[in-house]
Design a protein around this ligand. Structure first.
Ligand SMILES: Nc1nc2c(c(=O)[nH]1)N[C@H]1C(S)=C(S)[C@@H](COP(=O)(O)OP(=O)(O)OC[C@H]3O[C@@H](n4cnc5c(=O)[nH]c(N)nc54)[C@H](O)[C@@H]3O)O[C@H]1N2
Ligand SMILES: Nc1nc2c(c(=O)[nH]1)N[C@H]1C(S)=C(S)[C@@H](COP(=O)(O)OP(=O)(O)OC[C@H]3O[C@@H](n4cnc5c(=O)[nH]c(N)nc54)[C@H](O)[C@@H]3O)O[C@H]1N2
Ligand SMILES: [Mo]
Length: 746
């Protein structure tokens, strides 16, 4: 009797194999238990080869509180109060889309297509229902639109890899870390920010194998706690000083690989002249670097020797330190060290460059159907990505960290457009780019704004129309992990859309009808669309022959004969595989950058101060450097409302007891953190896990100003600057602040 009941129970529960498509870049096989049309339980990968299981982290395991959160938007909304008030009224889809279409037609007629602005982001990363691709296609066919350039995550790394390798694919398979003899996590914390689902597992295996792991970070990160033999705390923004001092020792001790440099690189002599002091009279000795970085000269010397002698070694730089005023220099210096030591293109090494991607299925990832054509507003202008010259990029677009400045100032402020209509999709940029209080001013001034999202985010509060979007559980789609792999995953629709939610592609299709854009091709059948997309790129065409099996398994794993290593063929056979750079080699000195003739943007990587670092005169007034790492409990601002995650990882500021004591701050105190751009409150966590002189607040908490304009939500971008480095890095990590105990009031 009991057995029969169990059987019955099993039949009632449907297991849907699916995946995530969040901006952590990981893709985790998930098993949704669906009972009577409702997800009741979530489990992760059960692959029979346990060693290769891709196990989900806390966020995907908490997905039920995301999908079924009572705060999910379920109906289209129209603003019914002042901008930012959060007052909206429910309207029908027909009313909402008719209004949006009418507004678009009006703006096009009165001001031209360049006044239509599309703001995209990383909110949803799959191929078919992607809002960025849907809206790019629709607005292109509607006559064009203005938009932004500069990857908010990684433009520093993009600039470094474009100028030195002309390729962003600088990553190795994660399992290749096991071939290494020394791993340096330089501003990399994959235990928290994932960097691919298989990353931390391979690092743990590396540790178990006895491979030495070193962490260089202003914080004693979770990864350092689990993995590192040594933690080297460093003053934020000074990495290039330490890297050049390591180069100094490597040169002095003759530990560099001259034959590698001769064969594969250009410009090392110029870098060497800078390092040894021949160029500017200052030899970049460890003692010189100690004064800048606070890392003892002996520690720098020892690490330099160890890195120079240990082959192969993997120097893993990342994007975080590069999201700063000195961004690209950090990645350029890291690449230079890997070239000096001949660690590029070999197993167990690393090409550095911060991007870490392997080039599998990239064409398919976010390919869209059909791929967007050329945006008419940009026809005749130089390609935005094709040039290292930021002035050319400016011809058509504004920088991502300047979106709100562009909305605020328009052509009068030197931008190429005046925004009259803005469509926000896949982002919460009011919260996520620099200087929220300025962004609020721009939003208040903006004539008309539409947003598609699952939540009434701080950005959505300023919209005229909000379109409610379905979650990944409510549709089927194709995905791939962005930093590692190699595998493809498929999202399988598990439940019906909540309320009246729709996906972005369906919104775009209906809007196309209302706009009379007849050429907007539609794919009403999800399965047919996905099958078609799989045929669109060589990698998926080759790999996935059986769509039904892929759908049932939820994942297609790719077996390489050996771990993928970036630039292996370029190094093994350079004559037949030159790099795409003008010299065909790795450009330690870049003539293209030299030609820009900007002393702020040197042809070789150099230590530079730029602004809002430890030595900026502004540090007299605002002596603390603000770190804003990515949160463990969220993906940026996404999942902010999930209570389980708030409980696991409360929003607190990391403060060194030295800085707290001198200000009379105790553990658990509510503090006010401030600078000229804004003020926020947050609870203090006193910990020696952060270097003195720095404070760390995880990005992504929702901006929530009180009547005095103090952000009680603790959104770190209330304090950051809307600026970018000469290489285009969003300089969110270059931010000086002061703090005090919060006593209430203004
Ligand atoms: N201070 C500081 N700020 C930072 C950073 C930092 O290091 N420090 N990091 C930066 C980085 S690297 C990034 S990538 C940015 C991220 O900036 P954003 O992309 O703005 O960040 P998210 O919070 O992920 O916002 C994504 C939004 O998309 C929504 N969304 C999810 N799925 C869908 C969908 O299918 N359709 C639609 N229409 N919407 C969807 C989510 O609900 C969410 O509101 O933040 C940057 N901001
Ligand atoms: N859980 C989770 N995972 C994520 C994301 C998320 O929001 N949540 N976001 C994803 C996205 S879009 C991206 S772009 C990546 C981001 O990955 P990253 O940009 O690399 O992540 P961050 O947390 O900004 O920074 C990484 C580390 O750099 C350290 N750091 C900061 N400044 C300096 C410095 O000057 N020198 C040195 N040496 N270290 C420094 C920080 O303390 C932190 O530990 O993560 C992805 N993964
Ligand atoms: Mo990012």
């Amino acid at each position: 009797m009991e057995n029969q009941e169990e059987l019955h129970e099993e039949e009632r529960i449907k297991i849907v194999r699916t995946t995530s498509a969040f901006d952590c870049g990981g893709r985790c096989p998930l098993r949704f238990h669906v009972e009577d049309g409702k997800i009741t339980r979530i489990e992760t990968d059960d692959y029979e080869i346990k060693e290769e299981q891709l196990r989900a982290c806390l966020r995907c395991r908490a997905l039920r509180q995301y999908i079924y959160n009572p705060n999910r938007l379920k109906y289209p909304l129209k603003r019914d109060g002042p901008k930012g008030s959060g007052k909206f009224k429910r309207i029908s889809w027909d009313e909402a889309l008719t209004e949006v279409a009418d507004k678009l037609k009006e703006v096009k007629e009165k001001y031209g297509n360049s006044s239509i602005f599309l703001a995209t982001g990383g909110g949803y990363q799959a191929a078919f229902h992607d809002g960025m691709l849907s809206m790019m296609r629709l607005f292109t066919q509607f006559g064009g639109y203005s938009t932004h350039y500069g990857n908010i995550s990684s433009e520093g790394a993009v600039y470094a890899t474009q100028s030195m390798y002309k390729s962003p694919f600088v990553g190795n398979s994660r399992e290749d870390l096991l071939n290494s003899k020394l791993i340096i996590m330089w501003g990399w914390d994959p235990a928290r920010m994932i960097s691919g689902t298989d990353t931390i597992f391979n690092l743990i295996k590396a540790k178990e194998k006895g491979i030495k792991i070193i962490s260089i970070d202003p914080r004693y990160t979770d990864s350092a706690v689990i993995l590192a033999d040594q933690w080297i705390p460093i003053i934020p923004g000074t990495d290039v000083a330490m890297m050049t001092a390591m180069a100094y020792i490597i040169i002095k001790e003759n530990l560099y690989d001259q034959s590698f440099l001769d064969k594969y690189t250009v410009g090392f002599d110029k870098f060497k002249a800078y390092v040894m002091g021949d160029e500017d009279g200052t030899p970049k000795t460890p003692e010189w670097a100690e004064k800048i970085t606070s890392v003892p000269a002996q520690v720098i010397t020892d690490l330099a020797k160890e890195y120079g002698k240990t082959k192969p070694a993997a120097l893993m730089d990342c994007q975080g330190p590069a999201r700063s005023a000195v961004g690209e220099l950090y990645n350029r210096a890291a690449i230079t060290l890997t070239a000096m030591t001949g660690n590029i293109g070999v197993h167990g090494g690393s090409a550095a460059g911060g991007l870490m991607g392997i080039p599998y299925g990239h064409m398919f990832f976010r390919a869209g159907i059909p791929p967007p054509e050329r945006n008419p507003v940009e026809v005749g202008l130089k390609s935005v990505r094709g040039s290292l010259d930021l002035n050319l990029r400016f011809q058509a677009r504004c920088h991502t960290n300047k979106i709100f400045d562009a909305i605020l100032k328009g052509k009068d402020g030197g931008y190429p457009f005046d925004v009259k209509f803005a469509y926000f999709v896949n982002n919460n940029f009011l919260n996520q780019v620099g200087n929220v209080n300025k962004s609020v001013k721009a939003m208040k001034k903006l004539d008309y704004m539409v947003i598609a999202d699952l939540w009434l985010t701080p950005t959505a509060r300023y919209a005229d129309i909000i379109l409610p979007v379905s979650s990944i559980a409510e549709r089927s789609d194709l995905t791939r992990p962005w930093p590692s792999g190699p595998y493809f995953t498929i999202a399988n629709k598990a439940i019906e859309p909540l309320g009246e939610c729709k996906s972005d592609i369906r919104i775009a299709e209906e809007l196309a009808d209302k706009l009379g854009v007849d050429e907007f091709v539609k794919y009403p059948d999800e399965d047919k669309a996905l099958k078609f997309m799989l045929k669109m790129t060589a990698d998926t065409r080759k790999e996935i022959k059986n769509y039904r099996k892929f759908k049932e398994d939820g994942i297609h794993r790719i077996k390489f004969e050996e771990p993928y290593v970036a630039f292996k063929k370029e190094i093994e056979d350079p004559d037949n595989n030159p790099l795409g750079t003008p010299s065909g080699k790795i450009e330690i000195c870049s003539q293209r950058i030299a030609d820009l003739n900007n002393p702020e943007n040197p042809a070789i990587p150099k230590y530079m101060e730029r602004w809002e670092g430890r030595y900026d005169p502004l540090s007299k007034k605002y002596p603390l450097q603000m770190l804003s790492p990515h949160p463990k409990s969220r993906i940026h601002s996404e999942m902010y409302l999930v209570e389980w995650l708030k409980e696991v990882d409360p929003h607190i500021a990391w403060i060194n007891p030295i800085d707290a004591d001198s200000r009379g701050i105790k553990d658990g105190d509510e503090i006010l953190v401030f600078n000229d751009r804004g003020k926020l409150t947050i609870k203090a966590w006193l910990t020696e896990r952060i270097i003195p002189g720095a404070i760390s607040i995880f990005e992504g908490a929702w901006y929530d100003p009180d009547e005095n304009g103090i952000d009680r939500g603790g959104c770190v971008n209330t304090l950051t600057k809307d600026a970018f480095s000469p290489g285009g890095a969003s300089a969110l990590k270059s931010c000086l602040v002061e703090m005090k105990k919060f006593e209430g009031g203004a």
